[in-house]
Design a protein around this ligand. Structure first.
Ligand SMILES: Cc1cc2nc3c(=O)[nH]c(=O)nc-3n(C[C@H](O)[C@H](O)[C@H](O)COP(=O)(O)OP(=O)(O)OC[C@H]3O[C@@H](n4cnc5c(N)ncnc54)[C@H](O)[C@@H]3O)c2cc1C
Length: 307
C-alpha cells in the first residue's frame, strides 16, 4: 500500500530485502538515493531505494515484492507537488519511465502514459491541432501525478479524462477505471498506479492553440516565482476564496524560516531561497496556517503531499 510517512527507526529496508530488490531489478534500483533533486522544492532526504520502472510487467512484479515483504512504497512523478522529510523515505520510491512516457493520438483522443509530462501533452496536442489541454500548460508534473491531484486551473485534468489504466498492489493485471474528480483530488485508490489515461480533446486551430499556450505561460511567468525552487500552491483554496489573498491579508508575504520564504510575488507559494530544509518549509506552513486562522478564522488545508 502506498504510504506517506517519515523514516521510523527500525523501518528501513532490511539487508535481505535490499538483496532481493537488487536481484529482481538490477541496475533499475538505486539505494539511499537523494530525493531532493527529484522534487521541485529541492528539499528532503534520501529514499531507502528508488526503482525505475519502464513496463507494466516490472511494475506488477515490484508491487508484488512490496506487498509480500510488507515494504512501504510510494510513486513519484516529477515531484512538483511533494515535500520529502529531511530524514528521507524509509521505503521504495517508484519512478515510471520508458513505455509510461509514450503519447499516441487517435482522432481527438490522446492516449498518454502515466509518466508523460503535462508539457509534452500540451505540446503534442498543439502539434495535432487539438484544443482543450491549454489550461494545464505550466503544470510541471506528469499525467499520473495530475490525475492523482486533479491538477489544473479553470479546466482540470479530470474534465478531459475518459479512461484510466492502473495497476494496484495485489492485482496481477492492468485494470481500467474512471475515478471521480473534485477540486485537487480524485477517488483514485491510494494503492493504484496510473499507467496511462485517455484524454478527450477537441479539434481546433493549431495557431490558436499555440497562441493560447504562449499566453498562459506568460501569465504564469508574470505571477509565479518560477525562478526559485517551489512546490506550486502550498494550500488549497477554501470554498469561495483564495488562499493567496488570505495569506497576504494575514501579512505573511516575505515571512521566512531558514531558507524557506513565503514568496513576495505569490503568497500561496513558498520558495527555497537556498539551503532550506523540509523542516523549514513545514514550520513556515504551520506559521502561515496559524496566522490566517487568527486573521480570518479560516483553517487552510495543505495541497502539497508530504512523503
Ligand atoms: C511552479 C508550479 C506550478 C504549479 N501549478 C499548478 C497548477 O496550476 N494547478 C495544479 O493543479 N497544480 C499545480 N502545481 C502542482 C503540481 O504540478 C501538480 O499537482 C502535478 O499534477 C503533480 O504531478 P507530479 O508528476 O509532479 O506528481 P508528484 O508531485 O510527483 O506526486 C504528486 C502525487 O501524485 C502521486 N502520483 C504521481 N504519479 C502517479 C502515478 N503515475 N499514479 C498514481 N499516483 C501518482 C504521488 O504519489 C503523489 O501523491 C504546480 C507546481 C509547481 C511547482
Amino acid at each position: 500500500m502506498s504510504a506517506s510517512r517519515a523514516l521510523v527507526p527500525g523501518d528501513a529496508l532490511r539487508d535481505d530485502q535490499r538483496r532481493g530488490l537488487a536481484a529482481l531489478f538490477g541496475d533499475a534500483v538505486r539505494f539511499d538515493e537523494p530525493l531532493a533533486p527529484r522534487t521541485s522544492m529541492r528539499v528532503g532526504g534520501p529514499a531507502a531505494a528508488l526503482v525505475n520502472i519502464c513496463d507494466v510487467g516490472s511494475l506488477i512484479a515490484l508491487l508484488d515484492f512490496c506487498q509480500s515483504q510488507g515494504v512501504v512504497w510510494t510513486i513519484l512523478g516529477l515531484g512538483s507537488n511533494v515535500l520529502v522529510h529531511d530524514e528521507g523515505f524509509a521505503g521504495i520510491v517508484i519512478r515510471l519511465g520508458g513505455s509510461f512516457t509514450a503519447i499516441a493520438i487517435t482522432g481527438t483522443i490522446m492516449h498518454a502514459g502515466g509518466a508523460a509530462p503535462i508539457a509534452a501533452v500540451c505540446r503534442q496536442a498543439a502539434q495535432y491541432g487539438l484544443r482543450g489541454a491549454e489550461p494545464l500548460v505550466g503544470v510541471p508534473g506528469t499525467v499520473g501525478g495530475a490525475i492523482r491531484m486533479n491538477a489544473g486551473t479553470n479546466v482540470e485534468i479530470g474534465d478531459l479524462v475518459r479512461r484510466v489504466e492502473v495497476v494496484s498492489a495485489g492485482k496481477d493485471v492492468r485494470a481500467v477505471t474512471l475515478p471521480e474528480f473534485s477540486y485537487r483530488s480524485s477517488t483514485l485508490a491510494r494503492d493504484a498506479v496510473v499507467c496511462a489515461a485517455d484524454l478527450e480533446l477537441q479539434r481546433g486551430d493549431p495557431v490558436e492553440v499555440r497562441r493560447e499556450l504562449r499566453r498562459r505561460i506568460q501569465e504564469r511567468n508574470a505571477s509565479q516565482p518560477l525562478e526559485l525552487p517551489n512546490s506550486g500552491s502550498i494550500f488549497r483554496n477554501p470554498a469561495g476564496d483564495h488562499a493567496a489573498r488570505l495569506i497576504e491579508s494575514a501579512g505573511c508575504k516575505g515571512w521566512h524560516c531558514g531558507g524557506a520564504e513565503v514568496s513576495p510575488k505569490h503568497a500561496n507559494f513558498i520558495v527555497n531561497r537556498g539551503g532550506a530544509t523540509c523542516a523549514d518549509v513545514l514550520e513556515l506552513i504551520e506559521r502561515v496556517r496559524a496566522a490566517v486562522k487568527r486573521d480570518s478564522g479560516i483553517e487552510l488545508e495543505t495541497e502539497v503531499h508530504v512523503l
